[in-house]
Design a protein around this ligand. Structure first.
Ligand SMILES: [Zn+2]
Length: 398
């Protein structure tokens, strides 16, 4: 990702878990006390970066089948009440192991159980765990913010040089304007990364533009006043409430016009593009090429197993490439260095360069395709041979 592919390349991992040297095999030193692993017919590449997961939902695949998005969300929230905190931790553990098995070494995860940051900490993993907060009723905004602050405080001992905690006001149709503004202000004060599901469904746009549709009905039923400043697109609405900044990750970002793309670019906010999930929910196609051209930082995310069944970032890259006309190289960039940029982690991960963490994956090359990048994006989860995080092996294929 930092230059042309190196044939017969080698990476020397230092004792501190960072890359010490990278280049052609005959140039990279081989200290006598260091063990060597060799992978013929495979590519060694930076560990993949999944910018949007919900690993606490692992095991719920196939359980929510509603076709309409608002009822799908309701049904998911119902199922979430059936798990104990311990079960969430077990699910997150399986989810993280599955990430490693598919070559992913850094995750940006949103959830409300706190399970994922615990599992990242016990595994010595890498990522950002965004603590979710919900609350459509503006009268409860103060209380919800206080609850979020408490939760972040309780979990913050699990952070490290590789694990950050962030916040995630869920979405404009589950969080009041007052709660959005106060969470955004607090996250800026504390320099906490913020993630928000934004501009995902057409129903969300309808809700904010005209105050009608299934989300508006649900708010009416609960006697919650609709958000003020209607007549705004989701991006314009989030911008009005000062939610968008370089610390913000907008998840999905499908329903965007030209003006929304400008708002995103000017705010410095990044995007987690989830093409398989967007297709599964029939949200439409995100304007990825236009966002990249406008200078928006875009990474790739899988979203949860509830939406797509099976997490495979290379499959996301292929679909993103197909939809936006991206080359194999650009598809690989989306899974690696662009993902790192979207999460403000580019100084630490996303490419194989001396000084960065030795997060790598080894993937057997598919037979289809001419260039290494084409053969890589044509491969799949089953071709992943090894994965390392901070130089430590975290996955080995059988
Ligand atoms: Zn999501």
């Amino acid at each position: 990702m930092a230059g042309a592919p190196i044939e017969r390349g080698a990476v020397l991992i230092g004792a501190h878990g960072r890359i010490q040297s990278v280049g052609p095999d005959h140039v990279v030193p081989r200290p006598p006390d260091v063990t060597a692993s060799e992978f013929p017919d495979a590519a060694l590449l930076p560990g993949l970066i999944n910018t949007h997961t919900h690993l606490e939902l692992t095991g719920f695949e196939g359980l929510v089948t509603e076709a309409e998005f608002p009822s799908w969300i309701r049904s998911l929230r119902q199922i979430k009440t059936t798990r104990t905190p311990d079960e969430y931790v077990q699910a997150a553990r399986l989810g993280l192991a599955d990430c490693y098995a598919s070559g992913v070494t850094t995750i940006a995860d949103t959830g409300d159980s706190g399970a994922v940051i615990k599992v990242l900490a016990e595994a010595g993993g890498s990522g950002i765990a965004y603590q979710e907060v919900f609350g459509p009723d503006p009268a409860q905004a103060k209380e919800s913010l206080a609850g979020l602050e408490r939760r972040v405080q309780e979990l913050s001992h699990l952070t490290s040089s590789r694990i950050q905690i962030g916040v995630s006001p869920h979405a404009p149709y589950t969080v009041s304007a007052a709660l959005f503004s106060s969470v955004a202000a607090w996250s800026k004060e504390e320099r906490l990364p913020l993630a928000v599901h934004a501009a995902e469904s057409r129903e969300e746009t309808e809700f904010l533009l005209t105050g009608t549709g299934p989300f508006a009905q649900a708010w009416h039923q609960r006697n919650i006043p609709l958000p003020d400043s209607l007549d705004l697109s989701p991006m314009a609405w989030l911008s009005r409430h000062e939610v968008l900044s370089p610390l913000t990750l907008c998840i999905h970002a499908v329903q965007l016009g030209q003006a929304d793309i400008r708002v995103l670019a000017e705010s410095g906010a990044a995007v987690a593009h989830c093409p398989l999930s967007n297709r599964a929910h029939r949200h439409g196609t995100a304007p990825v090429a236009a966002m990249i051209a406008a200078g928006v930082r875009v990474g790739l995310g899988t979203d949860s197993v509830v939406s797509i069944g099976r997490l495979d970032l290379l499959a996301e890259a292929r679909l993103a490439g197909e939809q936006a006309g991206l080359s194999a190289n650009q598809q690989l960039e989306l899974c690696t260095i662009r993902g790192a940029l979207a999460l403000n982690l580019e100084a630490e991960v996303g490419s194989l360069e001396p000084g960065k963490w030795a997060d790598c994956t080894v993937i057997g090359l598919a037979r289809t395709g001419k260039t290494p990048a084409e053969r890589l994006v044509a491969s799949s989860k089953a071709d992943v041979l090894r994965t390392y995080v901070g130089g430590k092996e975290v996955y080995r294929s059988q």
